[in-house]
Every structure is written in structure tokens, then in C-alpha cells.
Design a protein around this ligand. Sequence first.
Ligand code: GAR
Length: 207
Amino acid sequence: MMNIAVFVSGGGTNLQALIDAQERGEIKNGRIVLVLASNEKAYALERAKKAGIETAVVSRKSYGSKEEYDKAVLNVIDDKNIDLIVLAGFLSILGETLVERYKNRIINIHPSLIPLFCGDGFYGKKVHTAVLNSGVKVTGATAHFVNEITDGGAIILQKAVPVEQGDNEDILQYRVMRQAEWEILPKAVSLFCEGRIKITGNKTEIL
Ligand code: GAR
């Protein structure tokens, strides 16, 4: 059984999708053992407590550099035998130490079809604002491994979602979450825990 730590910063609807999938038995060979928040006010912490999952807060504001923050996070997770870190709406960028230590063992969910609308500065609703301003008719979500390049790691799963006339950021964000993120993130996590993701360079194959 793989031990999963889920990192969060906000509302935690993706965490909820993972908890619900776990309760339905859809995270095969994995269980969430820790939810770590970068912000003590994250509602995601309430969701974790309700599900009986251990929580920790490592406030991003309390640390200067990425490296100092990484050290503090590693202090919390190192003795917990974590096999997989899931970034579920975790809006801080991790440093090289943590990314290197957990190479090919960190999965992120991003609310667009990477390589579009991603990279530094593209997070949360900002992504959907950029999508709407661009005039594209299709967007979606991507579950991918994390490497040293923001949103640049190997893609695991993607799902497309239509942009409809009259959409605003809130409507589009909700459609992308409901139709794509809450589906592909638990699937990607389960595939990882089952050992079914083969990584070659920056590409993955589902076995
Ligand atoms: C989600 O849409 C997630 O894809 C996005 O933040 C939102 C968090 O919502 N993440 C990023 O933009 C990362 N670059 P949640 O807290 O309800 O899961």
C-alpha cells in the first residue's frame, strides 16, 4: 500500500475528489495518510479532518526562500514513509531539494491543457481568465509529474472541456473541475499507486 501526502492551499475540491474516490475503493493500492497545507485558513484542512486524515500546516509566509520552505516541509513528511506527493491546488512552487528527493513521485493537477496556459503566474482563476481572453474553444485539465520546470513534467492524463459562449471565469473553472480535474486526478493517483505509469524522459505510458 502506497502512502500518499496531499498538499493543498485553498478550497480543496480536488482533495475532496481524492477522498471520495478513496472511499469508493478507486485509489487502488494507495491511501491518503497526510494533508499538508501552505496556509492555515485552507478549507481543505476541514475536509481532511472530516475524513479522519492527519493534517499539518507549513505556512509559506513563515519562510523566505523556496529552499527554506522545502526543508520545513521535508521535516514534516520525512518520517512518514511518503511514496507519493499530490499537489491538489497547492499554489506554492516547490524548490529543487524537494523535487529532486521525490523525483517522479510528485503529481500535480493543472487547470488547462498543458503546454497551453501554464508556467509561472498561471494558477487558479488566472488560467481561466487567460483562456477566455485568448478565444480558444477548448480547454481542459492535465495531471502531470512535477519536475524543476513549472508545469513542465511528464504528462500522465489530460481531458478536454469545451469553452461555451457567455462563460466567465467562475463558470469555466467549475466546468473544468467537474468534467476534468475531479476525474483525472484520482485516476492518475490510482495508476501511480498500481505501478502502471511508465516514464521515459518527458513522456509516460499507461501499462
Ligand atoms: C484547481 O483548479 C487546480 O487545478 C488549480 O487550483 C485549483 C484549486 O482548487 N491549480 C493550479 O492552478 C496549479 N497551477 P481546489 O483547492 O478546490 O482543489
